[in-house]
Ligand binder design. Structure first.
Ligand code: FES
Ligand code: FES
Length: 208
């Protein structure tokens, strides 16, 4: 079962670990690069290389394509995608890791892109709703969303589609409770949960 709530620790990226780290990061003028770039300081004591606050060149692999932009290292993955490289499928709603509207896949695992830094996604495969299907070539799940009327305002839909896709890839025959659990990190303020569940079940009946 893939769930942001249930399977969050892969590759050290999770809502909780980000939030724990965010407080310390916010207190610093810059952002410390992750451990592989720790360098030896005076007396041989390892000190983290500090990036920022100036912009850095950041190269990410998004939906199979290289996306490069200059951005401060404190830029979240969501901001980088939407503002710097024009990938607008992930939506900003709560901007604090509680609604799932910004859900993307990071090496196949669901993450809230508002709750991690873009620089922490360097070297990983990022998949947004745009990488799951296009208007001319919708995925089976996207078609099922349309057939089952699984959206109203549509604001939660990109994140829902990403989470449901990950769920079905990991478990092509989920029970209703497993679907509910898999979507527990995604909120729909319009309340279309029943239709979303039916869309997932529809795809599941056809083989995932
Ligand atoms: S906008 Fe990221 S979880 Fe709500
Ligand atoms: S369809 Fe409106 S928030 Fe889900």
């Amino acid at each position: 079962m893939v769930s942001k709530n249930k399977n969050p620790e892969k590759d050290g990226v999770s809502r909780r670990s980000f939030l724990q780290g965010a407080g310390a990061a916010a207190a610093a003028a810059g952002v410390a690069r992750i451990p592989e770039t720790v360098i030896a300081g005076q007396n041989g004591v390892a000190t983290p290389e500090v990036l920022g606050p100036e912009a850095e060149s950041i190269l990410l692999k998004v939906n199979g394509a290289d996306k490069k932009a200059s951005a401060p290292p404190s830029t979240t993955l969501l901001d980088f995608l939407r503002n710097d490289v024009g990938v607008t499928g992930p939506k900003r709603v709560c901007d604090r890791g509680s609604c799932g509207a910004c859900t993307v896949l990071l090496d196949g695992q669901v993450v809230d892109s508002c709750s991690m830094l873009a620089i922490d996604a360097v070297g990983k495969e990022i998949t947004t709703v745009e990488g799951i299907g296009t208007p001319d070539n919708l995925s089976r799940l996207q078609k099922a969303f349309i057939e089952k009327d699984a959206l109203q305002c549509g604001f939660c839909t990109p994140g829902m589609v990403v989470s449901c896709t990950a769920l079905l890839e990991e478990n092509p025959k989920p029970s209703r409770n497993q679907i509910r659990e898999g979507l527990s990190g995604n909120l729909c303020r319009c309340g279309t949960y029943q239709n979303i569940i039916e869309a997932v079940e529809h795809v599941s009946r056809k083989g995932g």
